[in-house]
Design a protein around this ligand. Structure first.
Ligand SMILES: Cc1cc2nc3c(=O)[nH]c(=O)nc-3n(C[C@H](O)[C@H](O)[C@H](O)COP(=O)(O)OP(=O)(O)OC[C@H]3O[C@@H](n4cnc5c(N)ncnc54)[C@H](O)[C@@H]3O)c2cc1C
Length: 398
């Protein structure tokens, strides 16, 4: 495995860096604190990349991919992390897009892929239900065939940013009598403006409205919106999850986070000295950096495998577990570094003028909401306990 970048790759890095510097909109809010971002802000960079032809780098070139090597894609995410850009949401680009171009009909490809590339169509993921998260195959939302339509009934939950979604991809039970629960599930695309869909907010502990319940009552969906074959949805759902997990490690963003943490620790004082000079705190940062370097090398090895033609496999579970543990430790240390400036989260107080005095330096204001928000990372995309089960079975062969 060669971890050195070639001169061509370094030239590519320069090109990317220049493009971001010259084109990234300067006036958009901060990702991670969703309440502070409008949907337009969240989609702004996606739309610019869509015009440039860079919004779906990993897709095959025939569907609009850039043809970049895995190393170039790695450089791309590093440069975006360095500039803290708000990247395209994963639901279209990394999740349903690959399912559509792999398993969809030509009509479906023509209808849905352009909107994903351009960033003009917002997608959400309707997998989880109140009784079906880790045990996803036990899902109960039904789709019953009625002429040229399906009629959908049920409830989804934790549906991220569904309040802005134009379309959703839903797992529904089409054969309740299948010999195994996995064999009776279908993958259906649903227009979120359809009558019978109700999106109810779930308010999270960070004060943000990032997730929702989605209720479906007699929602009529054209049968043409079925992806692939009826009752084969589990195959497509699993394909999608491997793609979802490989992006979750977030190495490049965590590297930037460590740099920020060091800056904060250099600015904060403990017993008359910068916090970063405190042996206990410096050791915690070092340990985090060591683990992050190990994760980065593991990710590069996975990329080398991809370059040799291996798709995302069970290694993505490993990257997800370590990547999300590091993301959470980073937010814990940041909160520890800012101390009492980190609490409380004033945004959750009534807006009566009594809360417009966030105390302490700017970098402290997002520490607590971000800490709370990032608890999600070890749960979504398949919880870390479930990933450990996969590693035990698929990698260790136990
Ligand atoms: C912020 C956020 C955003 C999300 N966004 C979406 C979305 O957009 N669309 C969507 O469909 N879903 C989404 N999810 C749902 C997410 O995929 C589920 O929360 C996740 O799969 C876990 O399911 P659960 O919440 O039902 O927990 P459960 O499955 O009930 O698990 C509870 C606990 O038991 C553990 N556990 C369960 N089974 C096992 C086992 N066999 N072995 C060991 N431990 C086990 C779990 O690890 C967990 O700690 C989101 C979740 C969050 C928190």
């Amino acid at each position: 495995m060669n971890l050195e970048f070639t001169p061509e790759e370094n030239a590519f890095r320069d090109e990317v860096r220049d493009f971001i510097a010259n084109n990234y909109p300067q006036n958009i809010g901060t990702r991670g604190v969703q309440d502070e971002m409008s949907p337009e802000d969240m989609a702004a960079w996606h739309k610019i990349l869509g015009q440039k032809g860079w919004s779906v780098p990993a897709w095959p070139t025939e569907y609009g991919g850039t043809g970049w090597t895995p190393t170039q894609r790695y450089i791309w995410s590093e440069e975006n992390a360095r500039m803290n850009t708000v990247m395209p949401l994963p639901f279209g680009v990394s999740m349903v897009g690959p399912v559509i171009y792999t398993f969809g009909s030509d009509e479906q490809k023509a209808e849905y892929l352009p909107g994903i590339r351009s960033g003009n169509v917002w997608w959400c993921q309707g997998y989880s239900e109140p009784g079906a998260g880790s045990d996803l195959a036990s899902l109960k939302t039904t789709a019953v065939r009625d002429g040229d339509d399906y009629i959908l009934n049920g409830q989804k939950t934790w549906t991220t940013l569904a309040q802005h979604a134009d379309w959703g991809f839903f797992l529904c039970r089409t054969d309740p009598d299948a010999p195994k629960p996995q064999m009776g599930i279908s993958f259906i695309l649903v227009d979120m403006k359809s009558p019978g869909i109700e999106v109810r907010p779930i308010k999270l502990i960070d004060g943000g409205h990032e997730v929702n319940e989605v209720w479906l009552t007699d929602v009529r969906v054209p049968a043409a919106n079925l992806i692939g074959e009826e009752n084969k949805g589990w195959t497509y759902a699993k394909f999608l999850l491997a793609h979802e997990r490989s992006g979750i490690a977030g190495v490049a963003r965590s590297k930037r986070g460590v740099e920020q943490l060091k800056e904060i620790a250099a600015a904060e004082m403990l017993d008359g000295k910068p916090l970063i000079e405190d042996m206990g705190f410096a050791t915690k940062i070092s340990q985090l950096e060591i683990d992050l370097s190990a994760l980065e090398i593991t990710e590069l090895r996975t990329l080398a495998g991809e370059q040799a033609g291996k798709g995302p496999g069970p290694e993505s579970s490993l990257l997800k577990v370590k990547g999300t543990e590091i993301q959470q430790r980073l937010t814990e240390l940041t909160l520890e570094a800012v101390g009492y400036y980190g609490t409380p989260d004033f945004r959750s107080f009534p807006d009566d003028g009594s809360n417009d005095f966030p105390i302490g330096p700017d970098y402290a204001h997002h520490a607590a909401p971000t800490y709370f928000n990032m608890r999600k990372t070890s749960i979504y995309g398949g919880s870390n306990e479930i990933q450990r089960n996969i590693i035990t079975k698929m990698i260790l062969g136990l």
